[in-house]
Design a binder for this molecule. Structure first.
Ligand code: SF4
Ligand code: SF4
Length: 248
């Protein structure tokens, strides 16, 4: 049977539809926030554009290296694993450029490690090889968003409570949940973790809220996500499904 190949244009359409939905959710959840969070959100929204502009300047200075890496991810003569490895390299480069300007640099937190972490099967295999743990075989998903939806459906409260840490998170039990914590596979962590960078002044908006979905001004990672979806053929699942036991 011929392998179905999704084009960037097809994936962009899916992303655009998701984006419309996400924008509507952001507007709704921002207006529903309790006063202290709404003020923190407004402060973050006023602060983030300055940081994003600095990131943009740093990206422009590194344009030639970034374009070489993007080109390598697009080379269809290469196996998908190799293209994905180049994409991981690209995302690491983006992380090195943007992280110093993010709240992630100074906040010593891990709230995002309790939220859905959607990765492609190709990336799970690369991570598995690097850490010496074979990924399990969750059922394939045909749509990138379904990886997140599946994590949500099978894990009640995920993204709103601290009940579902990533299996690779070494929790600091002396601190409140979401504070401290170390990634046990930091050097090999997924691209989604490298590109999840808050441009807010602190981790305040990242704290999980049982009753609210708090919008966060994140680093714009649409390009690597788009490329990952294309190379990974939308075959995605949550990291908890690929590696339910973490490193053990
Ligand atoms: S995204 Fe938020 S929770 Fe995650 S490391 Fe950055 S500031 Fe902390
Ligand atoms: S892989 Fe590491 S950085 Fe990513 S969610 Fe898990 S613990 Fe956090």
């Amino acid at each position: 049977m011929q392998e179905q190949v999704l084009t960037i244009a097809q994936i962009e359409k899916i992303f655009a539809a998701n984006r419309e939905q996400t924008d509507a959710q952001v507007a709704q959840s921002a207006s529903d926030l309790p006063e202290p969070l709404r003020l923190a959100y407004e402060r973050a929204n006023a602060y983030a554009p300055g940081q994003v502009e600095k990131v943009r300047q740093r990206l422009a200075a590194d344009r030639s290296t970034l374009s070489v890496l993007v080109k390598a991810t697009q080379d269809e003569n290469l196996p998908r694993e190799t293209r994905m490895a180049w994409l991981r390299e690209l995302t690491e480069r983006l992380n090195q450029i943007a992280q110093p300007l993010s709240a992630c640099m100074t906040s010593h937190c891990s709230h995002c490690c309790y939220t859905p972490v959607t990765i492609t099967r190709v990336e799970a295999q690369l991570i598995g090889k690097a850490i010496g743990v074979a990924p399990e075989s969750p059922p394939p998903r045909s749509h990138a968003a379904n990886g997140t939806e599946t994590a949500v459906a099978s894990r009640p409260g995920i993204g709103h409570t601290y009940d579902w840490p990533c299996p690779f998170l070494a929790v600091e039990t002396s601190l409140p949940p979401g504070k401290g914590g170390k990634c046990a596979i930091y050097e090999h962590r997924p691209m989604v973790c490298r590109s999840c960078l808050s441009m807010a002044p602190s981790d305040k908006l990242c704290e999980l809220q049982p009753d609210h979905l708090v919008p966060i001004p994140l680093f714009d990672a649409r390009v690597p996500h788009l490329l990952a979806a294309q190379i990974g053929e939308m075959d995605v699942a949550d990291i908890r499904d690929f590696f339910p036991k973490g490193l053990s």
